[in-house]
Design a binder for this molecule. Structure first.
Ligand code: NCD
Length: 303
């Protein structure tokens, strides 16, 4: 596999292999410390990131490889007008694998079409984020022990949340999954994802009040309202605090429900929830390192 743009670029068998490998890495990280000796990862980040970039870099360093890159559009030649395709072609000359984040939907696919080396979409605008999906699937598989027969609630900005779009696409392929989609009307899932769900016969329910549905969920996937994708500040301010998960709402949830969030969190999960054993988001962020280690090994065909 040379390019990862959408989670659907991976078969469910390939996902299983990556999750199995991640499990082995978690159990015995030392055994993997030299798997990528001499290899270089380029992180081309045209948009802000903490976890994705640092976990990619940590993953490559933990495999014995090295990293180079940039972390904002201002600090590379995009600020001089260079195209994404040209920047990617340059990076291919300096690295063995590329991870790219960009504010425009489709940017990673354009870059991928212009390079021969493996390239990973680390988030393209409000579209997709397949390595967050691998992180999320690893979290679910480690904390619930299965990827099927689960009721998964998504809450917040389902319109612009690329992590939501990616995870729904990936989870539609497992059996016994029920989706509960909780958002204000203006932030509902885009039609193209809803159409895919309908075409796949996915079981889903739309709700506006979290309190009414939280009790059914095995997983609650909270999201931040994506300020940077709004066209005006007023709409953002009106919608940003639509949902705030707090201990009172947690009291309505199952005792083994897990709360996930790709992070960064703004207001949507009260810090009082952090000490609840069902809060999984910081563990989830940590799993991102291992999911990406496994992915890098697979993409570089190292075993
Ligand atoms: C997410 C992203 O960038 O889409 N963060 C991440 O990668 N962990 C979620 C977000 O920014 O809200």
């Amino acid at each position: 596999m040379k390019k990862l743009i959408s989670p659907l670029d991976l078969t469910t068998q390939e996902i299983d292999q990556i999750l199995d490998l991640a499990d082995h890495i978690i159990d015995n990280p030392k055994a993997f410390a030299h798997k990528c000796d001499g290899k270089i990862l380029a992180t081309l980040f045209f948009e802000p990131s903490t976890r994705t970039r640092l976990s990619f870099e940590s993953a490559m360093l933990s495999l014995g490889g090295q990293v180079l890159g940039f972390s904002s559009a201002d600090s590379c030649s995009a600020s001089k007008g260079e195209s994404v395709a040209d920047t990617a072609r340059m990076a291919e000359g300096y690295a063995d694998i590329i991870a790219m984040r960009h504010p425009k939907e489709g940017a990673a696919a354009v870059a991928a079409a212009n390079v021969d080396c493996p390239l990973v979409n680390a988030g393209d605008g409000g579209h997709l984020h397949p390595t967050q999906t691998l992180t999320d699937l690893l979290t679910i598989h480690r904390l619930h022990g299965r990827l099927n027969n689960l009721t998964v609630g998504f809450c917040g900005d389902l319109k612009f949340g690329r992590t939501v779009h990616s995870l729904i696409r990936a989870m539609m392929r497992y059996t016994g999954i029920k989706f509960i989609l909780v958002s204000p009307q203006e932030l509902q899932l885009p039609d193209y994802i809803l159409d895919e769900m309908k075409a796949n016969g996915a079981d889903f329910q739309v709700a506006e009040r979290l309190e009414e549905v939280i009790g059914e969920m095995d997983i609650l996937y909270m999201t931040r309202v994506q300020k940077e994708r709004f066209f005006n500040e007023e709409d953002y301010i009106r919608l940003r605090d639509s949902y705030i998960l707090d201990p009172e709402k947690m009291a309505l949830a199952k005792s083994d429900m897990i709360v996930m969030h790709p992070l960064p969190r703004v207001n949507e999960i009260s810090v009082a929830v952090d000490k609840d054993p069902r809060a999984a988001y910081f563990r989830q962020a940590k799993f991102g390192r291992y999911a990406r280690m496994a992915l890098i090994m697979k993409m570089l065909e190292v075993d």
